[in-house]
Write a protein that binds this ligand. Structure first.
Ligand code: EPU
Length: 431
């Protein structure tokens, strides 16, 4: 296994370029097989979740070829199987999008229950409700595989989501592209990767209107074709580097991002004492190392993203005064706090709320990534800490951050990927 060794307290300086969005890529790759065509997907992030999805699609009969490290060609014409049940399906969360894609295209789908980061209950009842309303019969009697099928073809439906779920919105949207008639999703989620997936599907010939608002209308098509598409930059990767700059008292420019997607984070960083310069496709963050407390509530987009909650909590652990973080999306997304405390952070969690009393300095520690974003929070704490830290279970981090150690090294961080024989007693929970 591998770990990261980080020698902290280096002020980050320079420029870092953001990769394509993980959560758009993991929706767009499965979505490609709803069409009988060849899709060329550019600006793909070089991450484990993408590698995993390529294996899954190949097992279904698609032909996935990387023409360079960030361009994937998916030939979906030869997909014959609607059974996605191999190991790679179980490894990641986004394999649930295969349900929408296979059901939409074939009227049948058998998909292994999704894996992914395990920070608590992750229900998919809203996805299934949507499919059911479009005419699918659903068999959940096997606790490892969900079976869905429909007589002939799905039909359009009016679907009100009880929670504005990212996954349910995208999954229903994918299936509805091939349904007979019109589907309306109300209380839809509005995250940037939903708009990106809708744009991709429209490029394949779908007719989706309203993505990015809370009502999405989809007119089903008889056939979809292939095409070329470029994935948007990763909002969460960008936010993670911006926080790395802030926590080290650095001066970094994060380029190839969409500044609008960063509004909620930048407002908080300005509030706690950072200077921000924004361009068309970059943000420069300048920090003199003096940070002040604030309160953060995670919410669906355009609110503060839950996927930056562990990272901002790590940052606030050295901000002067008392901060409060309220997690509104994943109630139990606080498993990493016990690890953060090993750096000397003072944090108490009660239910959805974390109360953080800023300390002057963190000290190096040996910790484990308990999931992907928790792993990013460990890196942030280690960059700020005095001395050397070791982060274990970094396979979680590799799932979602492309070339993270080389990007950080270019900014002046002292981070090494090191092979270790023994896993220490760790708090690995997921997959
Ligand atoms: N929910 C339900 N029923 C459902 C679906 C969701 O009750 O059928 C609830 C969940 O329990 C949660 C809330 O709705 O409280 C939001 O869940 P959502 O469905 O939006 O999350 P997701 O689609 O499973 C995606 C991202 C997550 C990100 C969330 C929220 C992907 C592959 N995953 O998950 O990303 O935290 O949206 O923005 O897109 C990450 O990147 O680290 C990550 C975990």
């Amino acid at each position: 296994m591998e770990c990261f060794e980080i020698k902290g307290q280096k002020k980050l300086k320079g420029v870092v370029s953001i990769s394509g969005a993980k959560n758009a890529a993991v929706a767009i790759i499965p979505a490609a097989i709803v069409a009988e065509g060849v899709s060329v997907i550019e600006n793909l992030p070089d991450i484990e979740d993408v590698a995993c999805l390529m294996k899954t699609l190949n097992a279904l009969g698609a032909k996935c070829t990387l023409s360079d490290e960030s361009t994937l060609i998916i030939d979906a014409r030869k997909v014959k199987s609607y059974i996605a049940n191999d190991e790679s399906v179980r490894k990641i969360r986004a394999s649930y999008y295969l349900m929408g894609a296979l059901l939409g295209r074939f009227g049948h789908a058998e998909v292994a229950l999704p894996g992914g980061c395990n920070f608590g209950e992750r229900p998919i009842d809203q996805h299934l409700k949507g499919f059911r309303m479009m005419g699918a019969r659903i068999d959940t009697s096997d606790d490892r595989v969900i079976k869905l099928d429909v007589n002939g073809r799905l039909h359009g439906a009016n679907i009100y989501l009880d929670v504005a779920s990212v996954g349910a919105t995208i999954n229903i949207m994918i299936a509805a592209c091939r349904a007979k008639g019109r589907t309306v999703i109300e209380n839809a989620a509005k995250e940037p990767h939903i708009v990106d997936t809708a744009n991709f599907l429209n490029m394949l010939g779908a007719n989706i209107k309203g993505a990015g608002t809370d009502v999405i209308r989809i007119q089903g098509a008889d056939r979809l074709h292939g095409g070329e598409y470029t994935i948007i930059p990763d909002q969460i990767e960008a936010g993670t580097y911006i926080i790395c700059g802030a926590v080290t008292g650095g001066d970094i420019t994060v380029k190839n991002l969409i500044p609008k997607h960063m509004d909620s984070l930048m407002a908080k960083l300005e509030e706690i004492g950072c200077r921000i310069i924004e361009g068309d496709d970059y943000i420069r963050i300048i920090s003199d190392g003096r940070l002040y407390s604030t309160n953060v509530k995670t919410m669906v987009y355009p609110g503060f993203p839950t996927d930056l909650q562990p990272q901002i909590t790590a940052l606030l652990s050295i901000a002067e005064g008392r901060s409060k973080v309220i997690e509104n999306v994943w109630e139990t997304r606080y498993q990493y706090i016990a690890e953060l405390k090993k750096f000397g952070a003072k944090i108490e969690v009660k239910g959805r709320e974390a109360v953080i009393d800023g300390v002057k300095e963190l000290k190096g520690a040996d910790v484990s990534a308990t999931d992907l974003r928790a792993g990013a929070a460990m890196i942030i704490a280690a960059l700020a800490a005095k001395g050397v830290s070791t982060i274990y279970n970094i396979h979680f981090i590799d799932r979602g951050y492309a070339n993270i150690e080389s990007k950080l090294c270019m900014l002046g961080a002292d981070i090494k990927r090191v092979a270790v024989e023994e896993k220490p007693n760790s708090s690995e929970k997921a997959q």
